[in-house]
Design a protein around this ligand. Structure first.
Ligand SMILES: Cc1ncc(COP(=O)(O)O)c(C=O)c1O
Length: 498
């Protein structure tokens, strides 16, 4: 006689518990949304303080729900910073749509593994629809496809891996790059480091990414690009890919996509477009024209979690021909065997990219698109650009701020420069120091929050609006806070010789 183990009652997964915890969590989310404009963007705490506050010893007996909720409340209100705050203008981090957050709760609840169709039927088909929708928006052909990924870095990696495998000759996945001509990629000096990191990950080496000079609009210089390709060909190297940016991270510049696509066609190169930031302009009537040429790309990386405002995290890779993803990432093993003729099941997205188990990232993107619609999205993206021009106009009209670069999409780079500062005598170096200190002070202050760029060799302040809660009043506040803290720091730091 074999005695079965008794049922195990101690992990409470009851619907009642889900309801009680869920109601309390939603109330907290609602309160947070209501209070968000009045909370500091960040509390300026240091790592030791935060680490100590959020640490708990994992208990042998689980916490009560009230204790858990109190702990989460402390995390939310006291030890988090808020990219969704209307005064958050740093880096490129979207505001986080409300329907997207609720969709994430549902996605986590039903716990789909979107690596295999059979583990995620509806989720996989939704992801394929999301990808189809984006491919159409970018003007890619019917055979285009792709998938959602964790973010722009992985999307760029997948694009470059597909380029490497398509352009380096048969057998590269099995035998590697040894014995083949050195592969070389081209991109601008302004490219995000995701591209150079991807070059490392695909094994071509970061030294074999040519960082091409830029013009006065921070776009890749075509003459320098073509010259460099010719030099490399003459040296017996193997140019294989150009990475163009549709919205650079520092200034929002758009590389000249049409002539770059022509160059790729002439030399048989793969065109990868890093549209992680700027891609969503294709949803805007007014801005779409700026992306002309993107439809000729072999692959496009872009990030719903940036300018489609969806919650972290979720990026997207699109390839002109979905077959390239299978060629680059297909895998097989007995333990994932399935005869699809027999089952009628669909595509296993885990076989088309580097990750097998995959989250249902697509749901928050899909639900956000369904909830808001393309018109509102397009208009809000154009509004972000208009707000940025407003900030730039105010900067240009002021005698204590300098515009540091042409406004690209929704990015504005500027400096605080006190009007009584004489020219020469180390002015530029002093402004670097002053603006660096201003950025740190603004970030610790918490009323608004922005980051920086290094343009040429100069340290400049940088705002980027990918936040549907930001309006003109918050940009006015950016200038007020910068001027207030700038004047104070200038009084402390200015060398006596000025
Ligand atoms: C142009 C560009 N490419 C790639 C990335 C990397 O994206 P992620 O942070 O989602 O990995 C960024 C991030 O800001 C970016 O701006």
């Amino acid at each position: 006689m074999v005695n079965p183990p008794e049922p195990f009652p101690d992990l409470d997964w009851s619907p009642e518990r889900a309801r009680a915890l869920g109601d309390a969590a939603l109330e907290m989310y609602e309160e947070w949304l209501r209070r968000l404009p009045d909370l500091p963007v960040d509390r300026g705490r240091n790592a030791a303080e935060v680490s100590e506050a959020v640490h708990l010893d994992v208990p042998a007996e689980g916490l009560r729900d009230e204790e858990l909720l109190e702990y989460l409340r402390k995390l939310v209100f006291d030890y988090s910073m808020f990219p969704g705050h209307p005064g958050f203008l740093a880096y490129i981090v979207g505001g986080g749509t409300v329907p997207g957050a609720i969709a994430d709760l549902v996605a986590a609840g039903i716990n789909q593994n979107v690596g295999g169709w059979r583990l995620s039927p509806g989720a996989t088909e939704i992801e394929l629809h999301v990808v189809r929708f984006f491919a159409e928006q970018f003007g890619l052909p019917d055979e285009a496809g792709g998938m959602l990924v964790s973010g722009g870095s992985i999307a760029n990696f997948i694009g470059l891996k597909a380029a490497r495998d398509a352009k380096s000759g048969a057998g590269v996945r099995a035998r590697g790059l040894n014995g083949r001509p050195q592969l070389v990629a081209y991109t601008s000096q302004e490219v995000h480091f995701a591209t150079t990191r991807a070059a490392d990950m695909i094994g071509i080496g970061t030294d074999n990414v040519r960082l091409i000079e830029i013009d006065d609009q921070y776009r890749m210089d075509l003459v320098a690009l073509e010259t460099r390709i010719d030099e490399d060909l003459t040296a017996g190297l193997r140019p294989f890919c150009i990475v163009a940016s549709l919205g650079t991270v520092a200034t929002g510049a758009i590389d000249p996509l049409e002539p770059i696509a022509d160059l790729c066609a002439r030399h048989g190169l793969w065109l990868h477009v890093d549209a992680a930031y700027g891609g969503p302009i294709v949803l805007s009537e007014d801005l779409r024209g700026l992306a002309a040429g993107v439809e000729r790309a072999d692959s496009i990386a872009f990030d719903p979690h940036k300018w489609l405002y969806t919650p972290q995290s979720g990026g997207c890779i699109l390839v002109r021909d979905i077959a390239h993803l299978a060629e680059s990432f297909s895998a097989d093993a007995g333990y994932v065997y399935e005869d699809k003729e027999l089952t009628g099941r669909g595509i296993d997205l885990g076989m088309l990219g580097p990750q097998l188990s995959r989250s249902f990232w697509a749901l928050k993107v899909w639900v956000s698109l369904l909830a808001h619609g393309t018109d509102a999205y397009g208009r809000r993206i154009a509004h972000d650009v208009a707000l940025t021009r407003y900030l730039a106009d105010r900067i240009e009209a002021s005698d204590r701020f300098e515009l540091a670069a042409p406004v690209g999409l929704s990015i504005c780079c500027f400096r605080y420069a006190p009007p009584d500062l004489p020219n020469g005598g180390g002015r530029e170096e002093y402004l670097d120091l002053l603006n660096e200190r201003i950025m740190a002070a603004v970030q610790m202050d918490g009323r608004v929050y922005y980051s920086n760029a290094i343009l040429g060799e100069r340290f400049v302040l940088r705002t980027c609006i990918v936040n549907f809660r930001t309006e003109a009043e918050h940009l006015d506040q950016v200038l007020e806070v910068t001027e207030e803290l700038g004047a104070k720091l200038d009084a402390e730091l200015r060398p006596t010789h000025f």
